[in-house]
Design a protein around this ligand. Structure first.
Ligand SMILES: Cc1ncc(COP(=O)(O)O)c(C=O)c1O
Length: 420
C-alpha cells in the first residue's frame, strides 16, 4: 500500500491538469483589431462585437434575445428589474449556489427566500419551491448547478400555475439542453456568467437571454443608463452603466468558435469517467436525468459515503488534492454566507427583514449534507486531459480507499484543529 501524498508519499499525478482559460493567435488578433478600431468601450450600446456576440450566443443556446452586460450577477438583477420585481416582492432561490443568485434579488430590492435542494441533482427541489410560495412571491431563480439541470418541466408547471417569472441561473450551463431546449431559453430569462472560471469566458462578462423582445429592450435600457431601446425610442427606464466592453466581446467571439469542440470533449470524457466512477465503492453519482439531453460541464460533482471513507468530504478532498487531482468541497450553505447576516452586512434588505435572515430558524437538511459531508466538486480540467486524466482520478480514489484508516486518523486530527 502506498503512502498518501498528504502524509508525505508520492502523489498519483505529478503533471498539472490543463490550465484555463485557453487562448491562441485568434484572441490576439481579435483584440488587436478592436484596439485599432478605437471602439473599445460599450458606448453606443451595442457595439459591433457585442451585437455579433449576442446574435451568435442566442443561436448557440437555441433561442432568446441576448443582452450582453458586465457580469452574470447584474444579469439577474436586471432581469428582475425589467420584470418589475423589487420592494416587497419575494424571489425563491436555492440555498446551494454561489452568493450571486441571492445577492441579485437583494440588489433589486426584493427578498430572496431560500429553499432546499433535491438530493438527486443538488438543484432546487420543485416541491420545496411550491411550499415556499406566498402571495408576495413574484419569481423563481433556479440554478443549473455544476453539470446538472433543474427539473424544468416541474418548474414551468409551478410558474404557470402561480403566474411567476422564471430566471434560469445558467452560469454553469452554457450549451446545456433540457429536452432539446437550451438552458436559459425555457424560463422567461436565462442568466450566464462569462467570468474567468466559466466554460465560456471573456475574463468578465455576462449575458441575459430574454424570451420576450420587450423585456430585452428594457434590460438593454437598464444597462445603458436608461436610454430608450424600443422602436419608437420612447421607453426610458431608470438605468446605469452596466455595458460590456467591445474588447471583452472580441474575446467572446473567439471563445464561441472554440466552444462546441470543448463541449463535445467534456461530454465524451464524462461518459468515460462515469463508466469507471460508478464502480468505485463509497462513491455515488448524481442522477442522470434523461430529459437533460445535452450535458455541459463546469464542474463534475459526485458524493462520497463518509461512513465508508471514515471522514467527511473536507478531509477527503484535501487528501485527493494532494494526490494531484483538482477537487474541492463546493459551496457552503447559502444562509451561512456572511453577506446575508444582518449584523455583518449593512445591506438594506437583510436589515429590513431580519426575521428572514435568522440562521437559527433556517434548516436545509439536503444542503447541509451536501455542503458539510458528502459533495466532491471536480474541476473540468480533468475532462480536458484525455483518458489519462480521468484514469488518474480513479487511481487517486482507489489510493484513498486503500488508505481509509489513514483518512480516519486525519479526520480525528481535524477534530482537534478547528481551523482545518
Ligand atoms: C451559480 C452562479 N451564479 C452567478 C454567478 C455570478 O457570475 P459573475 O461572477 O459573472 O457575476 C456565478 C459565478 O461567478 C455562479 O457560479
Amino acid at each position: 500500500m502506498t503512502t498518501l501524498a498528504v502524509l508525505g508519499g508520492e502523489p498519483v499525478r505529478k503533471e498539472l491538469y490543463p490550465v484555463w482559460p485557453v487562448f491562441d493567435e485568434r484572441d490576439f488578433e481579435a483584440v488587436a483589431q478592436t484596439i485599432r478600431s478605437r471602439r473599445w468601450g460599450g458606448f453606443p450600446y451595442p457595439g459591433p462585437n457585442t451585437a455579433a456576440f449576442a446574435e451568435k450566443f442566442s443561436e448557440m443556446q437555441g433561442g432568446g434575445y441576448a443582452v450582453p452586460m458586465i457580469n452574470g450577477t447584474i444579469t439577474m438583477e436586471v432581469a428582475l428589474r425589467a420584470a418589475g420585481i423589487g420592494w416587497g416582492d419575494e424571489v425563491i432561490v436555492p440555498a446551494y449556489t454561489f452568493q450571486a443568485t441571492a445577492a441579485a434579488p437583494i440588489a433589486a430590492g426584493a427578498l430572496p427566500v431560500l429553499v432546499d435542494i433535491h438530493p438527486d441533482n443538488y438543484c432546487a427541489d420543485p416541491a420545496r419551491i411550491e411550499a415556499a410560495i406566498t402571495e408576495k412571491t413574484k419569481a423563481i431563480i433556479v440554478v443549473h448547478l455544476a453539470a446538472q439541470m433543474t427539473d424544468m418541466d416541474a418548474i414551468m408547471d409551478i410558474a404557470n400555475q402561480y403566474n411567476l417569472i422564471v430566471i434560469e441561473d445558467s452560469a454553469h450551463a452554457h450549451g446545456a439542453q433540457w429536452r432539446g431546449m437550451g438552458s436559459g431559453t425555457i424560463g422567461d430569462f436565462g442568466s450566464f456568467s462569462l467570468q474567468s472560471s466559466k466554460i465560456l469566458t471573456t475574463g468578465e462578462g455576462g449575458v441575459l437571454l430574454c424570451k420576450d423582445k420587450k423585456m430585452a429592450e428594457r434590460a438593454a435600457s437598464i444597462i445603458d443608463c436608461g436610454r430608450a431601446k424600443d422602436e419608437a425610442g420612447q421607453q426610458f427606464t431608470m438605468g446605469v452603466n452596466y455595458r460590456w466592453s467591445e474588447l471583452h466581446a472580441a474575446l467572446g467571439l473567439v471563445a464561441l468558435e472554440r466552444f462546441p469542440e470543448q463541449l463535445a470533449q467534456r461530454e465524451g470524457m464524462a461518459d468515460y469517467l462515469e463508466e469507471s466512477l460508478s464502480e468505485v465503492p463509497g462513491i455515488s453519482l448524481l442522477k442522470r436525468d434523461l430529459r437533460h439531453t445535452r450535458r455541459s460541464f463546469y464542474r463534475y460533482v459526485f458524493k462520497i459515503d463518509p461512513g465508508f471513507f471514515h471522514c467527511d468530504h473536507d478531509v477527503f478532498c484535501h487528501a485527493l488534492e494532494n494526490e494531484g487531482i483538482p477537487v474541492d468541497t463546493g459551496y457552503p450553505p447559502m444562509h451561512q454566507y456572511d453577506l446575508f447576516q444582518p449584523k455583518l452586512s449593512k445591506l438594506a434588505v437583510p436589515m429590513a427583514y431580519p426575521e428572514y435572515f435568522n440562521f437559527e430558524d433556517m434548516c436545509f437538511p439536503v444542503v447541509e449534507k451536501a455542503s458539510k459531508e458528502e459533495s466532491v466538486w471536480m474541476g473540468e480540467s480533468v475532462f480536458r486531459s484525455g483518458e489519462k486524466g480521468v484514469d488518474d482520478l480513479i487511481r487517486g480514489l482507489n489510493k484513498l480507499i486503500a488508505n481509509r484508516s489513514e483518512l480516519a486518523r486525519l479526520a480525528q486530527d481535524k477534530e482537534k484543529e478547528p481551523g482545518y
